[in-house]
Write a protein that binds this ligand. Structure first.
Ligand code: HGY
Ligand code: MN
Ligand code: MN
Ligand code: MN
Length: 405
C-alpha cells in the first residue's frame, strides 16, 4: 500500500520540502540550524505533524517533538534531523523524519491504538555544520556536551550558540541536559539513508545498524607571516598555505597507514584570503575515524606527529585542537537482532557515519534502520534512495512500531 506516500517519484514528504534550502552555488542543500531555510523546515514539520493530529513542542535545546497522544514515560520515539551539511543531499536526515511521520500516518489509518506514547523527533544541528559540533541537539539533551561548552560555540560569523538560540526564541540559560525529555524515551529508532555501499553489496533495501566507528573533529591551525605576494621573495616566506598543504598530505598518509581508518580535511579557512596576499593563518578541520576508540586516538596522535614533521622548516607553527569526540557505538546486539528478525531477517550493518542514535545509545535503548543508497554517495547532491526502497523503509518502521506498541 503506497497510497499517498509517493509524489513526483519520491516520498511525498520529501517532495514537499524539495525547494527548501537549495544551495545554487554548491549544489544540493544547505539547511543549517536556526537559519531561514531551517526555520522553514521546522514550520513544515509542525504543520505536517498537525495534519496527523500530533502536538508539536520544542524542547529547551531546540529539538522538536511531535506527540501522538499525551507525552509520557516509556515512549517509543522515532525520527532524525532536518539540517544538512553544506551542499548536502535530500535524504540524510529528512528521510528519517518523513518516514517516521508516514509510519505514524499508516498506523493511524488502520485504526491502530498504541499502548505507549509515541513521538516523532527532529534533532537540532545534527551535522554540526553551523557550530562545529555534530549532534548538538542530542548531545545537549543527553548531557554529552555541557551547556557552557555548547553556549560558547561560534559559527563562521562569530555568532555564539547562546546568541543564535536566543534569536530562535530559546532561553540560552536553559540549554543543557534535559532529564524530563530524556526520561520519556523508552526506545528510540532512527531510520536513515545508508551513506555507503553496504546495502548495495548485500542486495537488500533495508538493514538494522550494528555499530558506528569512533570519530571526532580537530582544528589544525597553521600560523605563518602575512606578507605581500609580489614584494616577498620565495625564500623569504613563512607561508601557512604551503605548510597546510603539506599537513593535509600528512593527514592522508596517517590514515593510509592505519587499518580501516578514515581522515578527511573538508574545510579550510585562509586568513585573510586575498589573491595577492601571503596568508598569515590557515585553519584546516580534520575529521578522523577508526574502528576503536584507542585506534582513533592513535590515528590522531600519528596525524599530529606527521603534521609537525611536515611543517618543520617552513617557518610556520601548527597546533591541533580537539573540537568534538564520539566513542565507538555498539548498538544493543539483542535489540538489533530482535528488530532484524521482526523485519524478516534483514542484515545487520555497521556504519562509518555518526548519528543522534549513536549519541543517545548510552542513555536510552536505541536502534537504527538503514535504507539502501544506490549511489553509495552521501554528504553530496548525488546521495539517493529509490522510491521503492523508501517505501520499504516506511513499511519496516511501521512494522517495528507495531511490534513494540
Ligand atoms: O558526519 C557524520 O558522520 C554524520 O553524517 N553526521
Ligand atoms: Mn550527515
Ligand atoms: Mn544524518
Ligand atoms: Mn598594493
Amino acid at each position: 500500500m503506497t497510497d499517498g506516500l509517493i509524489a513526483h517519484g519520491r516520498l511525498a514528504g520529501l517532495d514537499e520540502i524539495t525547494g527548501v534550502g537549495v544551495d545554487p552555488a554548491r549544489g544540493g542543500y544547505s539547511r543549517h540550524v536556526w537559519t531561514p531555510a531551517e526555520f522553514e523546515l521546522r514550520e513544515w514539520f509542525t504543520a505536517r505533524g498537525a495534519r496527523l493530529g500530533l502536538d508539536v513542542e520544542t524542547d529547551r535545546n531546540g529539538n522538536l517533538w511531535a506527540w501522538w497522544g499525551a507525552p509520557g514515560p516509556d515512549a517509543v520515539v522515532t525520527g532524525s534531523h532536518l539540517d544538512s551539511v553544506p551542499g548536502g543531499g535530500a535524504f540524510d536526515g529528512p528521510l528519517g523524519v518523513v518516514s517516521a511521520l508516514d509510519a505514524v500516518a499508516r498506523l493511524q489509518a488502520t485504526g491502530f491504538q498504541p499502548s505507549r506514547p509515541v513521538a516523532v523527533v527532529v534533532f537540532a544541528e545534527e551535522e554540526g555544520s553551523r557550530f562545529g559540533v555534530a549532534c548538538l541537539g542530542s548531545r545537549l539533551l543527553s548531557g554529552a556536551i555541557t551547556a557552557d561548552a555548547a553556549r560558547a560555540l561560534t559559527d563562521a560569523d562569530g555568532v555564539t550558540v547562546a546568541e543564535a538560540a536566543a534569536a530562535a526564541g530559546l532561553a540560552p540559560q536553559h540549554l543543557g541536559r534535559d532529564d524530563e525529555a530524556l526520561g520519556r524515551i523508552g526506545l528510540f529508532i532512527e531510520l536513515h539513508v545508508e551513506q555507503g555501499r553496504g546495502l548495495i553489496d548485500l542486495g537488500s533495501p533495508t538493514a538494522v545498524a550494528s555499530s558506528i566507528l569512533a570519530h571526532g573533529r580537530w582544528r589544525l591551525r597553521v600560523s605563518g607571516q602575512g606578507n605581500h605576494a609580489g614584494a616577498t621573495g620565495m625564500r623569504q616566506r613563512r607561508d601557512p598555505v604551503v605548510a597546510a598543504a603539506r599537513a593535509v598530505l600528512a593527514v592522508e598518509q596517517a590514515a593510509l597507514a592505519t587499518d580501516d581508518a578514515r581522515a578527511t580535511v573538508g574545510r579550510l579557512r585562509i586568513v585573510p584570503g586575498g589573491t595577492n596576499v601571503i596568508a598569515s593563518e590557515v585553519d584546516a578541520w580534520v575529521d578522523a575515524r577508526a574502528a576503536t576508540d584507542a585506534g582513533t586516538r592513535a590515528l590522531v596522535a600519528d596525524i599530529e606527529s606527521r603534521v609537525q614533521e611536515a611543517v618543520a622548516g617552513s617557518g610556520c607553527t601548527a597546533e591541533l585542537v580537539e573540537e568534538s569526540w564520539s566513542g565507538v557505538v555498539e548498538f544493543d546486539p539483542e535489540l538489533a537482532a530482535r528488530l532484524a528478525g521482526t523485519l524478516g531477517g534483514v542484515p545487520l550493518l555497521p556504519t562509518g557515519a555518526g548519528h543522534d542514535a549513536g549519541v543517545l545509545n548510552g542513555a536510552v535503548p536505541t536502534a537504527m534502520v538503514f535504507v539502501r543508497n544506490p549511489t553509495g554517495v552521501s554528504h553530496s547532491p548525488e546521495e539517493f534512495a529509490e522510491a521503492d526502497d523508501c517505501v520499504a523503509g516506511v513499511e519496516a518502521l511501521e512494522t517495528l512500531l507495531r511490534s513494540v506498541l
